[in-house]
Design a protein around this ligand. Structure first.
Ligand SMILES: [Cu+2]
Length: 391
């Protein structure tokens, strides 16, 4: 199907909706053919399908979650207090020009709440997430949201398409505990275009009684950081300089061409080269356990903490699964978010990288942890400083 990108924007609200639902339906049919839509079996079903009335949901306590920009996480309880709640969220779509590497590479980013990635959402299993998604009139494109944590209607994508000047409210029950990506999926080639323009984020659905280690013992974290990895495909001119555009729509055709080569110009953490290094380093202290949520909505990644480990890594993203222990590097398949827990034992600087080191060093996928505390000679010591060879 060849679809002019700008076509989406030029149509009126009604026909745009038609386009979106038609595309979504086509994708759904394709998914059914490839087996993606086949029902999951066995224990994974759990409480899915429990009958509730609107009155049941209306009687639940409601809490507003104040979302914050990554790498930080909203205030939350690690162990749920009381029964399921309705967690109210508000996200505003912001189309904005952002600087990617400080050397002229810019992108008209599509963002949830103005950041790449969008904010980390945190709730507990069986909470209801109620999102108000706002697409201000100042934007150029229609947007929506597909929650990998949700069930049905293309992850909510079918129910959340909003044209500029509209808002919509979606509610879903977070039935499965784990870490999940969310992203915009407005139909056709606009799906990858919006995702690689920054329109993705993650939700962490905690078990109601909190995280458990590989032996089933409760685990708590002292800090939590959200690292959203983003591949960008920025067009260059004949002289190899990054092209500049006056609007999101203006650069769309060129960017789609670059995307087809599957060769990103940048792979970055939190929207820009250096967003989490130097002065922006993530902070921790010796003895603290730090949970890192790492998402990649489009492309595989392989996080590695240089000088540390993944003590516990929920490698598949599901908190129902026993976490892997003591990993050197872990895998984040494109379209997923992973949680890894590490307790720091030494002070100093740690690099946290995508261990495709070309992506880390040349394309930007690197962060720093700056850790305060006492050095432990037992774990590591320089026994002899560099000196002329004695032998
Ligand atoms: Cu979008």
């Amino acid at each position: 199907m060849k679809m002019d990108a700008l076509h989406v924007q030029e149509q009126d609200g009604l026909s745009r909706r038609g386009f979106i639902s038609a595309t979504v339906a086509a994708v759904g049919a394709a998914a059914a053919v490839t087996g993606l839509a086949s029902p999951h079996a066995g224990a994974a079903q759990q409480s899915v399908g429990r009958a509730v009335s609107p009155a049941d949901i209306a009687s639940l306590p409601r809490v507003k979650q104040q979302l914050v920009a990554p790498p930080f996480a909203p205030k939350h309880d690690q162990v749920a207090k009381g029964g399921p709640k309705v967690v109210e969220l508000r996200m505003v779509v912001e189309e904005k020009l952002i600087d990617v590497d400080g050397s002229g590479a810019r992108i008209w980013a599509c963002t949830f709440n103005g950041s790449v990635p969008g904010p980390l959402i945190v709730c507990h299993q069986d909470d209801y997430v109620e999102l108000t998604l706002v697409n201000p009139e100042t934007n150029q494109l229609p947007h929506n949201i597909d929650f990998h944590a949700s069930t049905g209607a293309m992850g909510g994508g079918e129910l959340t398409a909003v044209a500029p000047g509209e808002e919509v409210v979606l509610r879903f029950r977070a039935t499965k505990p784990g870490t999940f990506v969310y992203h915009c999926a407005p139909g056709g080639q606009m799906i990858p275009f919006h995702v690689v323009s920054g329109m993705n984020g993650a939700i962490m659905v905690l078990p109601r009684d909190g995280l458990k280690d590989h032996q089933g013992n409760p685990v708590r974290y002292d800090r939590i950081y959200y690292v959203g990895e983003q591949d960008f495909y920025l067009p260059k001119d004949a002289n190899g300089k990054y092209k500049q555009y006056d609007s999101l729509a203006q650069g769309m055709g060129d960017m789609l061409e670059v995307m087809r080569a599957l060769t990103p110009t940048h792979v970055v953490f939190n929207g820009a080269v250096g967003a989490l290094t130097g002065d922006n380093a993530l902070k921790a202290r010796v003895g603290e356990s730090v949970l890192v949520i790492h998402s990649q909505a489009n492309r595989d990644s392989r996080p590695h903490l240089i000088g540390g480990h993944g003590d516990l890594v929920w490698t598949g993203g599901s908190f129902n699964d026993t976490p892997s222990t003591n990993l050197e590097t872990w895998f984040v398949p494109g379209g997923a978010a992973m949680a890894a827990l590490y307790t720091f034992h030494q002070p100093g600087l740690y690099a946290y990288v995508n261990h495709n080191l070309i992506e880390a060093i040349l394309l930007g996928a690197a962060a720093h942890f700056q850790v305060e505390g006492e050095w432990n000679d037992d774990l590591m010591a320089q026994v002899v400083a560099p000196r002329p060879i004695m032998a």
